[in-house]
Design a protein around this ligand. Structure first.
Ligand SMILES: Cc1cc2nc3c(=O)[nH]c(=O)nc-3n(C[C@H](O)[C@H](O)[C@H](O)COP(=O)(O)OP(=O)(O)OC[C@H]3O[C@@H](n4cnc5c(N)ncnc54)[C@H](O)[C@@H]3O)c2cc1C
Length: 386
């Protein structure tokens, strides 16, 4: 009997994690992306494997998702994080932070200023209190490539630099496949599957529009700035409600300050706003003053696939949602997964694969918590059988 076929659009964190999950559950998986692996937001993310502390006060659902998922072995640096107070407003937030972390089961340890400075000598010497949390950092490209390589080792096929230009609908208006443009060979062809998974992050609305439906996606870019010395080993977070430039992360021999939050019309052209770059320097220097004496290596941006409407980007929950468009819009054959965080990619994939199994009446359990990922290096060594 032939395996049920699933086409996944998008080879960002969400798409490759879903390919990994579905390949393990025995599906015939094809992943299509108009660029390389991690071509979109995933390739330019900040890289904080969240403990959930950032969301513990105002976005508990997302905080719990983070703490439950922040132990992906192999591709993370489990270097820990500090939430640092440097003024009275930060101190006032401390009580809510302790309560929020307790409610979300995020382990924290209070450190006196001398203890924090001993751990991180470049920290602002006026630090008033710090809380240690189980944050980590990840290398965005390796994280995505490890999932993709493992999916490939279990039979998933990857069609990169292949853009989806349309959905194929049958007479009942249900999705049965995709129309693609192979950008490398300038060829156009069609692919058919039992289910099409739309994992295009901030672009999900462009794909659902091809079936005439809308999803409440709120693309929200942010700017990050890299400095060319590793001034901290911990992820340094400001002890306050989430705001601009309040996280400094070590990435290899650099630190990266992030981020901001704004809106754009054209998702394919997001500017790096000069004022945001200056703000990152100012805010980063409040946490690590030596940033001012460090060379700026570069500034870049990416777009959050936030779900929701109303309010500002900062106030929208970081949780995720999987839409079975049969349930939401009466269109069978199409599933959209978006929202969430890099930190929660495995859980997002599990939810999506569960929905696919349910749609096709297949009973296959998720095993991604137990199955280790193989090295990202294997991705290009493994064959891409058609
Ligand atoms: C500034 C910033 C900082 C962040 N920092 C963190 C952090 O520190 N920690 C954390 O956990 N999360 C962080 N996030 C969130 C995280 O990066 C995103 O949630 C995640 O990368 C989204 O992955 P995705 O696979 O859903 O989307 P994407 O990575 O955007 O993947 C979508 C893919 O779809 C493809 N695509 C789009 N249209 C088409 C088409 N027509 N045909 C074919 N392919 C198509 C794109 O090429 C792309 O590769 C951050 C986000 C931003 C913006």
């Amino acid at each position: 009997m032939s395996k049920p076929k699933v086409i996944i659009i998008g080879a960002g964190f969400t798409g490759v994690a879903t390919a990994h999950d579905l390949a393990l559950r025995g599906f015939d998986v094809t992943v299509v992306d108009r660029g390389p692996i991690a071509n979109g937001t995933s390739g330019r993310t900040h890289g904080l494997l969240h403990s959930g502390g950032r969301y513990a006060v105002n976005d508990k659902e997302s905080a719990i998702e983070c703490i439950e998922e922040n132990t992906i072995p192999g591709v993370i640096e489990p270097n820990g994080g500090l939430f640092v107070a440097i003024n009275e407003s930060d101190m006032a937030y401390g009580e809510d932070f302790i309560e929020g972390c307790e409610a979300c089961h995020i382990p924290i340890e209070e450190l006196k200023p001398q203890q924090a400075l001993k751990l991180e000598p470049n920290l602002n010497p006026n630090v008033l209190v710090a809380f240690r949390v189980p944050d980590g950092t990840f290398d965005p490209l390796r994280l995505a490539m490890s999932f993709a390589a493992t999916a490939k080792s279990n039979g998933a096929k990857f069609k990169l630099f292949t853009e989806v230009t349309g959905l194929i609908l049958n007479g009942q208006g249900n999705v049965t496949g995709i129309k693609v443009w192979d950008r490398t060979n300038d060829e156009r062809y069609e692919l058919y599957g039992d289910v099409v998974v739309n994992a295009t992050g901030a672009w999900v609305g462009e794909i659902t529009a091809m079936a005439g439906v809308d999803v409440p996606i709120r693309p929200t870019p942010g700017v990050m700035v890299a400095f060319d010395q590793r001034l901290t080993n911990h992820a340094i977070n400001r002890l306050n409600k989430p705001g601009d430039g309040d996280i400094v992360l070590p990435q290899r021999q650099m630190v990266v300050v992030g981020t901001t939050s704004f809106e754009v019309q054209d998702l394919d052209y997001v500017p790096v706003i000069e004022d945001h770059v200056k703000l990152m320097l100012e805010r980063g220097a409040e946490l690590l003053p030596t940033i001012r004496n460090t060379n700026m290596r570069g500034a870049y941006m990416a777009t959050r696939p936030l779900l929701g409407s109303g309010g500002s980007g900062r106030s929208i929950s970081r949780t995720f949602k999987c839409f079975d468009h049969k349930e939401t819009h009466g269109i069978d054959g199409l599933v959209t997964i978006t929202g969430g965080k890099a930190t929660t990619l495995r859980a997002m994939a599990e939810k999506t694969a569960d929905v696919v199994c349910e749609k096709l009446n297949i009973s296959a359990a998720c095993t991604t918590k137990e199955v280790p990922l193989i090295s990202y290096r294997e991705f290009y060594r493994l064959p891409n059988d058609d």
